[in-house]
Design a protein around this ligand. Structure first.
Ligand SMILES: Cc1cc2nc3c(=O)[nH]c(=O)nc-3n(C[C@H](O)[C@H](O)[C@H](O)COP(=O)(O)OP(=O)(O)OC[C@H]3O[C@@H](n4cnc5c(N)ncnc54)[C@H](O)[C@@H]3O)c2cc1C
Length: 457
């Protein structure tokens, strides 16, 4: 890979969301400094045969590109850990969700926000987002070498030497944008983190996040495919416990759905701790304590004593905001405890199928309430990294400047995207973080090579 002595070479490892936007912003920054394209060669090295594999499969092929709303709100919803939020904040402010959507619109991809804040291309096609980014790369005169897996990185003077199979590449600056370790079939098997570690960066243990949880004992076939709406999902192992609220899906091997995806990272952390396998519980009345739920059951049975407990449960609102009055119209038409769960609740509470509410003993009522508040779904066996949407852990944030994405160990080494030790929630936050950190890395890498004026989005 030869360049003339006056030409600087910026190599970006990985042509995913962060790497491609890094190339676009690097060119914009260089042109902003009056540097001719021939003065800065921008080359993306991508191990796959095509760039952007993850964008193509994101959001089930629809690509949830970002999240709507003010940046502070986006960050709060998307990044639950304060240190990670603080880290991504400067880059997301420098290249916001609005900046991203304006850029996509300029390249012919209008987007729309859904009621829950997730933003998708109007066409619903991830391909359109990817094609637009490819056109951006063309306009940025960025070269993409596919089928090129970087397997070694060494610091050499002010620059770097990279190796990809038999090829040796001397670069003036390097951006590591090789993604995390999740969903390895798309090309992300932790190479970026390994390359950063090989030049001295500390690595925080990689864990799956936004993943299903597989159980030791698979769920009963009768429960598979059932969704529990808005419930609390609690994971507990020894003294550790964590909780999320949202929809939950029972699968053949365990659980999935938004609440599970969000809780999977703490579950994986509990498992990595080597303690007892975490148990997962559903809380059918999140936000209401046991005495309140007990009063609710008692109130209902005092007015409907002849009703079977089974019928009560089948009509019982699931995860209601308010418990009283029990006959509220909204509750009557809202989601109820799924029928498939009712025999299980009765059995675990020791209540017969034909038992009436008026015949419930105090002990049975207490038992019923505790099952409703803590219904054990299963014990975790595995949180599969190859089925996780993202990985947590990676290059330690303390060694990266959050404004520029520059390594604090090597001038002219930049790291961006999922290989860094952050993980966002489901909702477009991970792509936004990849685009924003990539944008910051690209513009600042170009500045470090071509000048010292400050780069904006
Ligand atoms: C199934 C699925 C659905 C998702 N849906 C969404 C969604 O809708 N919204 C959202 O916000 N997030 C979503 N995500 C997460 C999001 O796609 C990622 O967080 C984001 O793509 C990370 O960007 P990145 O640039 O860091 O890494 P990636 O986009 O993963 O790109 C890294 C690139 O580096 C390449 N590479 C790796 N190693 C090497 C090497 N040694 N040499 C050369 N190239 C290499 C890889 O092949 C890859 O192309 C989803 C993830 C998955 C798996």
């Amino acid at each position: 890979m030869g360049s003339s002595p006056e030409t600087k070479l910026l190599v970006i490892v990985g042509a995913g969301a962060s790497g491609m936007l890094a190339a676009v912003s690097a060119r914009q920054a260089a042109r902003g400094l009056g540097i001719a394209d021939a003065g800065l060669r921008i080359v993306l090295l991508e191990r796959n045969t095509r760039p952007g594999a993850k964008i193509a499969i994101s959001g089930g092929g629809h690509c949830n590109v970002t999240h709507d709303g003010p940046v502070d709100r986006l960050l709060e919803k998307g990044f639950l850990r304060k240190n990670e939020l603080r880290f991504v904040r400067p880059s997301v402010y420098a290249f916001t969700n609005s900046d991203l959507l304006a850029l996509l619109a300029r390249y012919g991809v209008p987007t729309e926000a859904r009621e829950d804040g997730r933003v998708f291309p109007v066409s619903g096609a991830a391909r359109d987002v990817l094609d637009a980014i490819r056109r951006m790369l063309r306009d940025a005169s960025a070269e993409v070498a596919t089928g090129c897996r970087v397997d070694a990185l060494e610091a050499s003077g002010d620059g770097f030497v990279l190796r990809a199979g038999a090829e040796r590449i001397e670069a003036d600056a390097v951006i590591l944008a090789a993604g995390g370790s999740a969903w390895g079939s798309s090309g992300t098997t932790g190479d970026g983190v390994r390359l950063a570690a090989s030049v001295g960066h500390s690595v925080v243990t990689v864990l799956p996040a936004l993943a299903p949880v597989f159980f030791k004992e698979p769920p009963d076939p009768g429960l598979v495919g059932v969704t529990l709406r808005g419930v609390g999902l609690v994971a507990g192992s020894g003294k550790q416990s964590d909780m999320r609220r949202g929809d939950l899906l029972i699968s053949h091997r365990g659980i999935s759905g938004p609440a599970c995806l969000s809780l999977s990272r703490p579950v994986a952390a509990m498992m990595a701790g080597g303690g007892e396998a975490p148990a997962l519980f559903a809380d059918f009345f999140p936000g209401h304590d046991e005495p309140a739920v007990s009063a609710f059951v008692l109130d209902h049975s005092s007015r409907n004593g002849a009703q079977l407990v089974r019928t009560f449960l089948q009509r019982c609102p699931i995860a209601p905001e308010r418990l009283f009055p029990a006959t509220r119209k909204e509750d009557a038409v809202g989601a109820t405890i799924p029928n498939a769960f009712v025999p299980w609740i009765l059995r675990r509470a020791g209540i017969g199928e034909g038992q009436m509410l008026s015949m419930l003993t105090r002990q049975q009522r207490t038992g019923l309430v505790s099952v409703l508040k803590r219904f054990e779904l299963g014990r975790a066996r595995k949180v599969p990294l190859d089925r996780a949407e993202v990985s947590a852990g990676g290059v330690s944030l303390s060694e990266i400047d959050p404004r520029t994405m520059a390594s604090r160990l090597h001038r002219r080494l930049f790291c961006c995207g999922e290989l860094l030790d952050y993980a966002g929630e489901v909702g477009g936050f991970n792509l936004q973080a990849a685009f924003s950190t990539g944008w910051a890395a690209g513009s600042n890498a170009a500045l470090s090579l071509c000048g010292s004026r400050s780069a904006g989005a």
